[in-house]
Every structure is written in structure tokens, then in C-alpha cells.
Ligand binder design. Structure first.
Ligand code: ADE
Ligand code: ZN
Length: 342
């Protein structure tokens, strides 16, 4: 990849639509919060913790990810974590972020729902004012837990309805098909929430299908296994259902062996609205720009793909149409001025 394309990837305005805020917790911050909160970690040092980041699959990652999140106790902890992510994202020229959070991971440890959402929400406000980055929250249900658990957390969440725009579905995919949460998602839709779900990361294409047909989701997180089903692939393209793809995550969790094997370009060529995202950047070796660079280095992706991917990020967002158009105009202006420079 030439230097100009690399600079373009770094400098172009971006939206990030698939980032788990708990997955942005860097080992240094985990240790700082552990000390502040007197939490004993099963790792003696930052280096030992980092060394444990060698994953075999999604579950082996989730075990460490939930252990890392155990240091989060106070509203200030959630603020500090979110603020650190937003500063890092702004440095990568992210202009808008739709951020997942996993409240059940915290309420199960006795943390109040309000501490979680108020800390994150306060950081989003400060980032809008101080960093010029807009943000919105998507609350994820943990799919390895029961439907009743999901209803319980939804009840705790609804008094805070103004602080989040949508709901998602994450955690262990295999054996936990989307349809387990059909009634929960129906209730969320009634509440006017936007709907997304992880599907087709490790799980089969059938889970993408049921996420669409039973949960009525508007975007699929990951979704890379859709290519195993040509009719589903055509449907995603025809109905313009975006996929939030996370290249470094897919390599670290062994969805693909190596980046040159990633199907990102095939998804684009199939006409799907693909976006690039970081998933759990503290665990997978990089934030959004690192994901762009890794994919573009390994695959025959060109400048027109960078333009398309930057546009897709904003297009697939849940921003209102006027704001979306303003961001899309910023992308167009960036690429026009760059063309003149090249
Ligand atoms: N939680 C955090 N990251 C996840 C991922 N990639 N898949 C499912 N659940 C997650
Ligand atoms: Zn994810």
C-alpha cells in the first residue's frame, strides 16, 4: 500500500458502529482501576495480562474480557473508560461512534445500572463538547443468559431510555440463536429502540436469517459467514442491510486464519453495505485505523474502497438524515480535496 493511501485511511472522517466499550479497556487502565477499587486480578502485572491475550475462539476471549471488566465499579470508572476510548477514537478521526455496553456484566456484580449508563453518558457529553465527536449508546443483551435476565435488565434500563438509542445481542454465539430473544426484541421495538445483533461471526448463516426475520434487526454485527448462503448474501445486498465487520477481531478469534483470507472484499463485491470497525480494540491489537490499515495491506483494496467504506460507516449509522448528510458531505469534501492534492 502506498503512503498516500495509508494517510487517506488515517485522515478520512470515519464512523465507528461496532465497539464494545468494555473491549476498549487497556491493560494499564485495568490495573489502575483494580488498584483504585481494591480488586485482586488473577494476573500479577500488565505484561502477564497482555500475554494472556492469545485467543483460540470467541469463548476463550470472552472469559478474559469479562475478567477485565470486573474492575469497573463506580460511575467514575465507566466515565474514565469511555473518555479514554473517545479520545483515542478522535485521534483516528472518528467523528461519530455508536457504542455497545454490556450492563449485565456489571449488574450481576452488584453495580447499579445507573452508575454504568451515567458514567458512559457523561463521557459522551464531554466528548461532544471537547473533542467534537458525536456518540450514541446501544445496550447489548448477553445471549448466554436467559430471556428473563434480558427482560430484567431492560426494565432497569427503560427509566434511562433517553440515554441509549438501541439494543444489540452479544456474547457466546454458538448454541444461542437470536430467536431466543424474539419477545425481548419485540418489546424493544415497541419502545422505539433501534435493533442490531451479532450474528454469523462464529455462528451459522441461519442465525443471520433469524436475526432479520425474528428479531427484525436493522444491522448485523460481523455477519461475515453470510457468504456461505448465496440467497442470504443477495438479500443483504438487495435490502441494504449493513454488516459491521471487524477485521482484526476476526483474525484474533480465528474466524479467518490470516488477513489475506478475510472475505471483506468479497462482501463489498457482492454489493453489501460493509463497514469497518474495531470490536474490542484493547484486546485485538488496534483501533479503527489499525483495522483499516491491516485490511488494506492484506487485500487488493484501493482508494475507491476507502471512499466507499468511509461513506458506508455514516450511511449505516442511526443518525437522523440531516446529520448523516452533513457527515457524508464531509467525506466527499475530504476525498475531493485529496484528489486535488495527489
Ligand atoms: N462481546 C465483546 N466482543 C464480542 C464479539 N466479538 N462477539 C460477541 N460478543 C462480544
Ligand atoms: Zn462485537
Amino acid at each position: 500500500m502506498d503512503d498516500l493511501l495509508r494517510e487517506t485511511l488515517q485522515a478520512m472522517p470515519k464512523a465507528e458502529l461496532h465497539i464494545h466499550i468494555e473491549g476498549s479497556l487497556e491493560p494499564e487502565l485495568i490495573f489502575l482501576l483494580a488498584k483504585r477499587n481494591n480488586v485482586v486480578l488473577p494476573y500479577p502485572s500488565v505484561e502477564d495480562l497482555r500475554r494472556a491475550y492469545a485467543f483460540e475462539d470467541l469463548q476463550s476471549f470472552l472469559d478474559i474480557y469479562y475478567a477485565g471488566a470486573s474492575v469497573l465499579l463506580t460511575e467514575q470508572d465507566f466515565y474514565d473508560m469511555t473518555w479514554a476510548y473517545l479520545r483515542r477514537a478522535a485521534a483516528d478521526n472518528v467523528r461519530h461512534a455508536e457504542i455497545f455496553f454490556d450492563p449485565q456484566t456489571h449488574t450481576a456484580r452488584g453495580v447499579k445500572f445507573s452508575a454504568v449508563i451515567d458514567g458512559i453518558d457523561r463521557a459522551l457529553h464531554d466528548a461532544r463538547e471537547q473533542l467534537g465527536i458525536s456518540g450514541a449508546l446501544i445496550m447489548c443483551f448477553l445471549r448466554h443468559l436467559s430471556e428473563q435476565d434480558a427482560f430484567d435488565v431492560l426494565e432497569q434500563a427503560l427509566p434511562h431510555r433517553a440515554k441509549f438509542i438501541g439494543v444489540g445481542l452479544d456474547s457466546s454465539e454458538k448454541g444461542h440463536p437470536p430467536e431466543k430473544f424474539t419477545r425481548v426484541f419485540a418489546r424493544c421495538k415497541e419502545a422505539g429502540l433501534r435493533l442490531v445483533a451479532h450474528a454469523g461471526e462464529e455462528g451459522p448463516p441461519a442465525y443471520i436469517q433469524t436475526a432479520l426475520d425474528r428479531l427484525n434487526v436493522e444491522r448485523i454485527d460481523h455477519g461475515v459467514r453470510c457468504l456461505e448462503d448465496p440467497a442470504l448474501t443477495q438479500r443483504l445486498a438487495r435490502e441494504r442491510i449493513p454488516l459491521t465487520v471487524c477485521p482484526l477481531s476476526n483474525i484474533k478469534l480465528r474466524v479467518f486464519d490470516r488477513m489475506p483470507d478475510h472475505n471483506l472484499l468479497k462482501l463489498l463485491d457482492a454489493g453489501i453495505v460493509v463497514t469497518i470497525n474495531s470490536d474490542d480494540p484493547a484486546y485485538f491489537g488496534g483501533y479503527i485505523n489499525a483495522n483499516f490499515v491491516a485490511a488494506f495491506e492484506a487485500l487488493p483494496l484501493q482508494r475507491q474502497h476507502a471512499y466507499q467504506l468511509a461513506r458506508n460507516g455514516f450511511d449505516a449509522s442511526f443518525l437522523d438524515s440531516g446529520t448523516k448528510q452533513r457527515y457524508l458531505d464531509q467525506v466527499d469534501a475530504f476525498f475531493t480535496s485529496e484528489t486535488n492534492r495527489a
